[in-house]
Design a protein around this ligand. Structure first.
Ligand code: GRF
Length: 206
């Protein structure tokens, strides 16, 4: 069974959706550990309540690279195949990127490359786009720049504010993150330039 490490900083609803999909048999994987850089993250409490292993590595005042090196050490015993950032509100430092090259995913609440960074739904409203959405992408050294695995579009309504738009996008996040994880864990894709292209399952004997 492939092993996931979840990194989160707050509410943890994407983590909960992943855990639910696993327990309902919709996603074949196990959560080896949930790591938070924020001791007060609700997601950490939820994980402990579900009986999952948790690690808290506070990042306040800690250099990004130093935190990442500590995270690599903390993650080692859990032998994760894939790291899933789920509302992880820090940049991923070099040591983590190197140790898990091509094995870190993030979920972002816009249709990248539009609106990277923070306050994303407000950015979308201020720009006046008619559609926004969410993106699951591989993590590289840039800010929300890695190759895109899955996206889902959501209509922006005239009546929307940042909260109502975020809530509708979140529904799609919860769906596509598990789909993207399943695809990446299956290994049935190749990366051509920036494009993540799905490949067919190899049939035995063919
Ligand atoms: C989500 O909108 C995610 O896309 C973004 O941060 C938010 C985290 O929400 N990266 P949650 O902690 O998963 O509920």
């Amino acid at each position: 069974m492939k092993r996931l490490a979840i990194l989160l900083s707050g509410r943890g609803s994407n983590f909960e959706a992943i855990a639910r999909n696993i327990s309902e048999g919709k996603l074949e994987a196990e959560i080896a550990v949930v790591v938070s850089n924020n001791p007060d993250a609700k997601g950490l409490e939820t994980a402990a309540g579900l009986g999952l292993k948790t690690v808290c590595l506070p990042s306040k005042g800690v250099d990004t690279g130093v935190w990442a090196a500590g995270a690599v050490e903390a993650l080692r015993p859990f032998e994760a195949d894939l790291i899933c950032l789920a509302g992880f509100m820090r940049r991923v430092g070099g040591p983590l990127l190197e140790a898990y090259a091509g094995r870190i995913l993030n979920i972002h609440p816009s249709l990248l490359p539009s609106f990277p960074g923070l306050h994303v739904q407000q950015q979308a409203l201020d720009y006046g786009v008619k559609y926004s959405g969410c993106t699951v992408h591989f993590v590289d050294a840039g800010l929300d720049t890695g190759a895109i695995v899955k996206q889902a579009a959501v209509e922006v309504k005239d009546s929307d504010d940042a909260d109502t738009l975020a809530a509708r996008i979140l529904v799609e996040e919860h769906r596509i993150y598990s789909e993207a994880i399943a695809l990446v864990l299956s290994g049935r894709f190749k990366i051509q330039g920036r494009r993540v292209v799905e490949t067919q399952a190899r049939t035995a004997g063919v």
